[in-house]
Every structure is written in C-alpha cells, then in structure tokens.
Design a protein around this ligand. Structure first.
Ligand code: AMP
Length: 507
C-alpha cells in the first residue's frame, strides 16, 4: 500500500509544513512510491515525466536525509555539495531548484542553480560560499569544476533528471566526466529519471545505479488513448464565437481552455467575460494568490471557462474535467498530450477539442505524428466556422451532417501538407533560452547539433570567449576532467543569487 498522505511518509515537520504551504495534500503516485525508497537509501530508476510531481518525489527525501547536516555556519566548508541534481535544460534546472528551495525553506539547507548562457562570475561567488544542494546543467557544472568553484567529492546523492533528454542533447560524455568526479558508486545514492528507457539509457543506468529499484508511473500519453479527441477547422477570428457557442449550446461548466501566451490568456478571459461567460485566467503574470483563487473557483464549478497557459496549468490537479479546449494549438506537440491529460483523469471519460486555424494545420500534423494517430476533424454542430456565426436552427452544414459528432472530414493527404521544415522556420521559438530541438532523423548528427547549439554546454576556450562567442563547437573530449585534484571550497561571502532569465512568454 502506498502512502495516501504526506504525514505517513515519515518526513520531518519542517518539510511537511513547506509541503502544506505549497498546497499539496496528497502525494502523487511517483511521490508515494519514490519517497520511502529514497529515504531507505536505495538507488532508483524512475520512469516519470515532468508534470507527475517527480521533483518533490526526489527533493523531499533528499532534504530529509540531508537535514541532520543542516547548519547556519558561515563557513563554506560546513556546506559542501551533498546532493547534485543534473538537468538537461536551464528551465528545468531553475524549476527544480525553485522547488527544492520551496521545500527547504524551514531547514538550514542551502541550494543554488548553475546553468550556461549567462556570465559565470555571479554564480562563482554563490557556489564557493557553499551549498548542500546544487542543481546544474552538465556543461556549466564542468565550467565550475574547471574554475575550481565546485568540489564533488562529498556528494552523497546524485540525481540525473530527464536522462533521455540529456541523451538527445548530446550530454552523455559530459555526464560521464562528472560521474568520474563523484565519490565511488558504493558511497553515494543515485537516482535516474527518464520518460523513456532506450537501450542507451539502460546502459547509462547500468553504469550509474547500484541495484536500483524501478519505479514507473503512468506515462503522460496514456491520456491520449482514453480521451476522446477531435478538431474543428476554424478561422482565428471565429474561435471566440465557437467557444461561446460550445459552452452555451452544451450548457458546459469547467471548460479548461488553453492558449499559448499569458497576454493571450488575459485578453481572451476579458473578451469571454464581455460575452457573458463566467471566466478567469491563470498564467505566469498572476501572483500565486490570484492563481489559487481562480483555481478554487474553477474546481468548485463556479467558472464556465478557465483560460490557461501550458506552464501555468502544469501540475493542476483537477479531476473529471468535462472538456479541454485547445483554443490555440501548442507549438510543442508534447504539450498537447499534457493539456488533454487534464480531462478524463482517473478513468473518467474526457473530451478534448482543438480549434485549428489554417496556420495551425501543421502543428496538428506534428501532434498526430507524436500520437501516431489522426485526430478526427469534425464540423461543429450548429456553428459555421467559416462565417464565424451560429447557424439557424435546422440549417444543415454544407460540410458535413449536423449530428455526426465526430464526423471525419476529408483530410489532405500527408504528402500535400507542408513539409515539417517550413513550419520550423515559421514558428517562433517557445523560449529563446531553450536550445532548439534537434531534427530526429539521424540521432548522431542531431545530438552533435543539439550539443553545439546548446548554451548549457561548457564555456568556449578563452580565445572564443574573447571574441564574444559564447557557443563553442562540440568538444568530444576534455582531457584532464576526472583527474584533477579536489578543490576545497573557498572562503567567500554568500552573494545574492543570479537573476534567472526572463520568464518565457508561454508561461
Ligand atoms: P514536477 O513533475 O515535479 O515538475 O511537478 C509538476 C507540478 O506538480 C509542480 O507544479 C508541482 O508544484 C506540482 N505538485 C507536485 N507534487 C504535488 C502534489 N502532491 N500535489 C499537488 N501538486 C503537486
């Protein structure tokens, strides 16, 4: 039996208080399973994606284990790096460290995050002052090791987060170099999380883990199999009318409506309010209190529509939503799966409708490629998506029978659809700070490319740095790493943490 409350997990009161303040009442499946195993000191191979609550799943037991070593001494020597968490991207690194800091707030444990693409100088002072929990992207961590600002010889717990993405981004050689600097496997606890377990990941796990416990939680894409999905072809200008029509004609409550940007979310919520729908929005610009209020009202069934961005909706724990609307199609196909997972949860029947404007057809194709199945195109009942207005009662659609929901409309054969590359050029990046995903065709080339483009890889040699080029070409080997002498933490004052990069507009 897995724990059904945080109290049962044996966490100390300081952590339980922080968890309660974060608003968590029930451990997620990965937390219920992983926390006791990690607290017992075992290595873990975790099959869990971001969005499952895995960060607290490893951060809470790490904090529990390190809490006895917490102290308020100003001496860096009293704050060696005891837990190292590696993530593939700076966004994830920032997110993970924020979570660690939230849960650690009533302990004396220190944490910080280091990632590439920003000046290392600000980070140097902080890490030199000593932190027990270090969250890092691999390349920047190697830079710190080169600067002798980080010493890994006292790491007790090593976490490799999103190992499959690490592999995709060409980070495995860097990780191996880092592993060579850690205490021997028998002396440390290792946790590896990955959404997929390819042969390469298994090989990495063999090298890293010591008799691991395998913990897997439902994959995100299970929702794709249980949720009834369809798409409407509709002009952008007609989307608002269509949403209103859908809500009113079906007398719906609790419709979760996704848009891509926080400005778009605010605007749409305002417009829908004007249209007379009880609406609120949650997005990154709203403070925690406003988000919680909107969420509570939504959960209580007091809102007809909640407009959300992908980032803000992450971790929303709302069951049995009748309908998720993709008002704007996501740029990242995986976000579609995440979005539709909000409906039909816990075995309940769910429905997801996508509003696809002509310029979003390609995004739909990418989603279908990921799902490995087509999303049926149907004609909205009683609404003319071309005219953007309600049809008179009794009028039949020219494009399909009124009652046939879902009605499959003839789709252009794949060959006629625009090739994938064109869409890439057009698409604004989801977040400029994130490295472009590599093309998947040739994994070896893709990895090299991803690594070369990745601002989180180690800093270039001094000559390149002098020329202002912060992106170095891939360097397959870095002789010397793993053989350098341990660097004692230097006595320096703890400075204020570096400002994270601007929040992406998708938040
Ligand atoms: P993660 O998969 O770790 O990125 O977590 C996804 C989201 O779920 C984050 O926003 C967390 O704050 C949230 N979360 C984690 N654990 C819980 C929980 N037990 N209850 C509710 N939300 C949670």
């Amino acid at each position: 039996m897995h724990a059904t409350s945080f109290d049962e997990l044996g966490l100390r009161p300081e952590l339980l208080r922080a968890v309660a303040e974060a608003g968590y009442t029930v451990p997620t499946p990965i937390q219920a399973q992983a926390i006791p195993v990690i607290m017992a000191g075992r290595d873990v191979m975790g099959g869990a994606q971001t969005g499952t609550g895995k960060t607290a799943g490893f951060a809470l037991p790490i904090l529990e284990k390190l809490a006895p070593m917490a102290n308020s001494s100003p001496s860096p020597a009293r704050h060696p790096v005891r837990a190292l968490i590696l993530t593939p991207t700076r966004e994830l690194a920032i997110q993970v460290e924020e979570a660690v800091r939230t849960y650690a707030k009533y302990t004396n444990l220190r944490s910080t995050v280091v990632y590439g693409g920003v000046d290392i100088k600000q980070q140097l002072a902080i890490v030199r002052a000593g932190v027990e929990i270090l969250v890092a992207t691999p390349g920047r961590l190697l830079d710190h090791i080169e600067h002798k600002s980080v010493y890994l010889g006292q790491v007790e717990i090593f976490v490799l987060d999103e190992a499959d993405r690490m592999l995709d981004m060409g980070f495995i050689p860097d990780i191996k170099r880092i592993m060579a600097l850690l205490p021997v496997t028998a002396k440390r606890q290792n946790l590896l999380f990955s959404a997929t377990f390819s042969g390469e990941i298994k090989k990495l796990a063999d090298a890293l883990l010591n008799a691991p416990q395998l913990i897997e939680v439902a994959k995100r894409n299970t929702a794709a199999e249980t949720v009834s999905q369809c798409a409407y072809r509709v002009a952008s200008e007609a989307k608002r009318g269509l949403l209103e029509h859908l809500v009113r004609s079906r007398n719906l409550n609790q419709v979760l409506c996704f848009v891509r940007t926080k400005h778009g979310a605010s605007r749409l919520a305002r417009q829908l309010e004007k249209d007379g729908l009880i609406t609120s929005a949650i997005h990154g610009d709203k403070d925690q209190k406003a988000r919680l209020e909107a969420l509570e009202a939504f959960k209580a069934g007091k809102l007809q529509v909640l407009v959300a961005t992908d980032v803000a909706a992450r971790g929303l724990d709302i069951d049995d939503l009748p309908l998720v609307v993709n008002y704007e199609m996501p740029y990242v196909p995986e976000d579609y799966i995440h979005r539709i997972g909000r409906t039909g949860r816990a075995g309940a029947a769910g429905e997801a409708i996508s509003f696809v404007a002509p310029d979003e057809e390609r995004l739909l194709s990418e989603i279908e490629r990921l799902l490995k199945k087509a999303v049926p195109i149907v004609v909205p009942e009683g609404f003319d998506p071309a005219a953007g207005s309600r049809r008179d009662h009794g009028e039949r659609s020219e494009r399909g029978p009124r009652h046939a929901r879902p009605t499959h409309e003839a789709r252009a054969p794949r060959a006629e659809r625009a090739p994938r590359d064109e869409t890439r050029a057009e698409r604004p990046p989801r977040d400029e700070t994130r490295a472009e995903r590599p093309p998947r065709e040739d994994p070896r080339i893709a990895r090299e490319l991803a690594y070369a483009l990745n601002p989180d890889q180690p800093l270039p040699e001094p000559s390149a740095a002098a020329s202002g080029d912060t992106r170095s070409p891939p360097r397959p080997t870095r002789p010397g790493f793993g053989h350098g002498r341990p660097v004692p933490a230097l006595l320096m004052k703890r400075a204020t943490p570096p400002a994270p990069p601007a929040e992406p507009d998708s938040a």
